[in-house]
Design a protein around this ligand. Structure first.
Ligand code: FAD
Length: 472
């Protein structure tokens, strides 16, 4: 077990001498104790630094390293795996005030940003310049540093890939306070181990990201979304692999069931999705977005996609083409999480990822296990890449009973996912919440390799203790 020191007044004074942005005691907002899933535990930090520069992060890290004080990096705190919770107290290094878009390099199609810039700000700024930053996780108020630290995915991953595919270079403050740079503006490299890729998805356990060089692309010229209703989920999901087989490349293919759509439309007070068609109840939907280099190209894709949906038993295809229609079509999808958390007293979630040809069988299995255990199960997700969001909910159970059933549920469904060739997390990360399942799925040898890598980056194990592979 790694041992940490507590902050003394002397150490606090040292930190205050290098940072004017220090918060202590009651001045620390309770937000710093948690992320968006407090069920994984909360913990108050002893001190928060709202850093404004790489040098400030470095100066504070040097002090924490010398005195063996734990440090947890934090972006916007929108994580869903307990990642930014300071389990051992100590210092929270809040990067969210390092929030400047520094400059665009349009000859190399990259943008340089500070790590605290919000995803929403970069996406919107790119649009004003005819550009696109393709990664599109549902939570637009996350910081880009947090997106990189969790390798966030999102709706457009099926066509454009995840955050990892857009990180060219980064500035990192190591555990001992040293400032280093990984990667380069170049679009390819074969230059030794990829330290850049080790950092992506490392959840604050290897270093603190302060600046990023991100790849951007020209924005598509035309976009449309299709709302495609089906009589049941299996039929809807069976249509998904057919898009690839038909050489179609939608920007997003999401699946959802009617119950969650109804719950969310009530929550946002807006009705967009049809609930029945020609006297038949609609039970599930695909929400598909297509983009193209011209209106003509897009029109062709809409025709082809509609034909493909009808051939695969879609009840109808509703086309949203204007910006308002498209944003209405996505409004309900974007509010699923808020709608569920608003209605449900006890809930947990996972974002398991499995090969797309097993989604139907896996979901049937998950629903059965949930029912056997008395848990209400709600699923939706990225049908195009097999990343499924499963919510275990209960308004009836005691917290103790819920936690016990929930653990049994996870034990069984993660084992099944691995059997199908899946992985524990497609995009949210491991944090503290999924460590047991990571070890069960990748085995002790691989966990030991991860822990060994961590020890090289962070010999005193002060960065985000108790996360990913670091057992407390
Ligand atoms: C409604 C909702 C929808 C969501 N939808 C998606 C989705 O579609 N796809 C998806 O992938 N995620 C999604 N998420 C999860 C979350 O938004 C992402 O995990 C996001 O990347 C977290 O960013 P953050 O800035 O909030 O990070 P935080 O929650 O602050 O931190 C997350 C982890 O990253 C580390 N970290 C943060 N900043 C740094 C840094 N600068 N250097 C090193 N480590 C750092 C932290 O220590 C922690 O381990 C959703 C969350 C919500 C609430």
């Amino acid at each position: 077990m790694d041992k940490y020191n507590t902050l003394t007044q002397e150490i606090i004074d040292e930190i205050k001498a290098v940072s004017n942005h220090v918060f202590l005691g009651d001045a620390i907002s309770p937000d710093y104790e948690r992320d968006e899933m407090p069920i994984y535990g909360t913990h108050k930090p002893d001190l928060v630094v709202q850093a404004r520069s790489t040098k400030e992060v470095s100066d504070v890290m040097k002090i924490c390293y010398e005195h063996t004080i734990p440090v947890t990096a934090r972006g916007a705190g929108t994580g869903l795996a307990g990642g930014c919770v300071p389990m051992q107290g100590g210092v929270v290094m809040d990067i969210s005030q390092m929030n400047h878009i520094l400059n665009y390099d349009l000859e190399n199609f990259v943008v340089n940003v500070e790590a605290g810039v919000l995803l929403k700000e970069l996406q919107e700024d790119c649009i004003t310049k005819g550009l696109m930053y393709p990664p599109d996780p549902g939570e637009k108020y996350a910081c880009l540093g947090g997106n990189v630290a969790t390798n966030a995915g999102g709706m457009r991953a099926v066509k454009y890939g995840t955050t990892r595919d857009y990180v060219r270079a980064m500035t990192v403050v190591l555990a001992n306070g040293e400032i280093t740079h990984f990667g380069a503006t170049v679009s390819k490299t074969s230059s030794g181990y990829s330290l850049l890729n080790l950092m992506i998805g490392s959840e604050g356990t290897l270093g603190i990201i302060t600046e990023l060089t991100l790849k951007i692309i020209p924005a598509p010229k035309a976009t449309a979304s299709l709302i495609v209703p089906f009589t049941d989920l299996q039929t809807a999901l069976s249509a998904v692999p057919k898009f690839k087989m038909a050489h179609m490349n939608p920007q997003a293919i999401e699946f959802m069931e009617s119950d969650i759509v109804k719950m969310t439309e009530n929550f946002i007070n807006k009705t967009v999705f049809p609930k029945e068609y020609r006297g038949q109840d609609i039970r599930s939907y695909l929400l598909i977005t297509l983009d193209g280099g011209s209106q003509e190209d897009l029109d062709q894709q809409i025709d082809q996609a509609s034909r493909l949906c009808f051939e695969n038993h879609a009840m109808e295809v509703f086309i949203a083409e204007t910006p308002t229609q498209i944003s209405n079509a996505w409004a309900a999808r974007s509010a699923f999480y808020e709608a569920i958390t608003d209605e449900i007293k006890l809930l947990d979630e996972c974002d398991v990822v499995i090969p797309i040809n097993h989604i139907v069988d896996f979901l049937t299995f998950v629903n059965k296990i949930g029912k056997d255990l008395g848990l209400d199960i709600t699923c939706y997700g990225h049908a195009g890449d097999g990343n499924i969001h499963i919510y275990q909910c209960s308004n009836e159970m005691s917290e103790e009973e819920f936690m016990a059933k929930n653990e049994q549920f996870f034990d069984v469904i993660y084992a099944k996912a691995v059997e199908y060739g899946g992985e524990v997390s497609g995009e949210h990360g491991i944090g503290s919440s999924k460590m047991k399942y990571l070890e069960n799925s990748i085995g002790k040898t691989n966990i030991d390799l991860m822990e060994g890598i961590k020890r090289v980056f962070d010999p005193k194990m002060i960065l985000n203790p108790g996360k990913v592979c670091h057992r407390l």
